[in-house]
Design a protein around this ligand. Structure first.
Ligand code: ADP
Ligand code: MG
Length: 333
């Protein structure tokens, strides 16, 4: 059987994580956490965006830069970590000054907002590829891992899900450029990394991940790492009004294997990917505190299900019926 993205990492790269007692979190979480002595632990993440894979050909340079940093900030948010420095490995088909100027502008807009200094990188010629490594801090022992979910915990997500998938379909289907399509495209091109929320959730969340590949895939990582299962209530998935209006017009919404009665908007929310919202688990008595946190950060936080013993992922349909679903979402291989 051919290797998928995660079995490939497990087979060939996990064994290379030599046993060092300063590696506090290694391969398998949203970022590595490394002990350097002192009052803070070092956090490191890297993500690569390839033209035509992670962003459509023709995406504006400013959006490419913005997204390449945002996706790393999102991994930091998922650890509850504070970003500080970045390195940038840029592969360009040509040295187009207009493109470079716009790229630098898109980068600085977001880097300034989070105080991220660019401290190094590499520049090469080839197919457009942007690789960003982000470094920063977390207080000792406070990084939120994928592995802490417990049966009885509730599952929460920030913001709305499926918008980026809707935005991508608007571009692919060449839908007219109305306000809804623009909103969804912005969600695809300029995702909001929930860094502040992630830091506050260090006191609340038992496990956390950012939704980069789709909720069904990323919650799948939480249950796999935590050794439990999860029940998602389809009717509780937070959907933006724009996605609900546009989804019936798009082609190619993700198919959820084993589930027929699901709307296109719900399918985007479950398996669309590229949302960069946070998915986390917390004890049920944290609900009121989470509502306050959401209000203070102007970010909706929605309970979408609960952690259970046993089977990995179950979906409770609008009819009340429950179906087992495989963890699914975007995979490169
Ligand atoms: P994320 O979506 O949060 O960026 P991924 O799903 O891409 O994380 O990766 C899962 C885990 O595997 C992460 O801990 C990542 O650092 C690690 N990983 C991915 N590719 C490699 C690689 N080539 N070598 C070592 N570790 C890798
Ligand atoms: Mg991640």
């Amino acid at each position: 059987m051919s290797l998928n993205e995660f079995s490939l990492i497990d087979r060939y790269f996990r064994p290379l994580g030599l046993a060092r007692n300063d590696v506090l979190v290694g391969i398998g979480d949203d970022a590595a956490v490394l002990s350097c002595g002192g009052e803070r632990e070092l956090v490191v993440a890297v993500d690569t965006l390839v033209e035509g894979v992670h962003f459509p050909v023709g995406t504006k340079a400013g959006d490419v830069a913005y997204k390449s940093l945002a996706v790393n900030l999102s991994d930091f948010a998922a650890m509850g970590a504070q970003p500080a420095w970045a390195t940038l490995a840029l592969t360009l088909p040509s040295a187009d000054e207009t493109w470079l100027q716009e790229f630098a502008q898109g980068w600085v807009e977001l880097a300034r907002a989070y105080g991220v200094a660019l401290v190094g990188g590499d520049t090469t010629r080839g197919p457009l590829t942007v690789s960003v490594q982000l470094m920063g801090f977390v207080p000792p022992g406070r990084a939120v891992k994928r592995s802490g979910a417990k049966p009885g915990n509730l599952i929460f997500v920030s913001g709305t899900l499926g918008d980026a998938c809707g935005g991508l379909r608007c571009i692919v289907d060449d839908l007219s450029d109305d306000a809804d399509a623009k909103f969804l495209r912005d969600r695809l091109n300029r995702p909001v990394a929930r860094v502040q929320l992630g830091a506050v959730l260090r006191d609340v969340a038992t496990a956390m991940i950012d939704v980069s590949d789709g909720l069904a895939a990323d919650l799948g990582h939480i249950v796999q790492h935590s050794g439990c299962g999860a029940r998602i209530r389809l009717s509780d998935l937070p959907l933006s009004p724009a996605l609900q209006r546009i989804a019936p017009c798009i082609s190619g919404a993700p198919r959820i294997r084993g589930v027929e009665s699901i709307s296109a908007a719900q399918a985007c929310a479950l398996a669309g990917g590229d949302d960069y919202e946070l998915c986390f688990t917390a004890a049920p008595d944290m609900s009121e505190r989470l509502a306050q946190i959401g209000r203070s950060l102007n970010c909706t936080i929605t309970a979408v299900g609960e952690i259970v013993e046993g089977a990995p992922l179950t979906l409770e349909l609008d009819t009340g019926a429950e179906v087992a679903i495989a963890p699914q979402g975007f995979q490169h291989f």
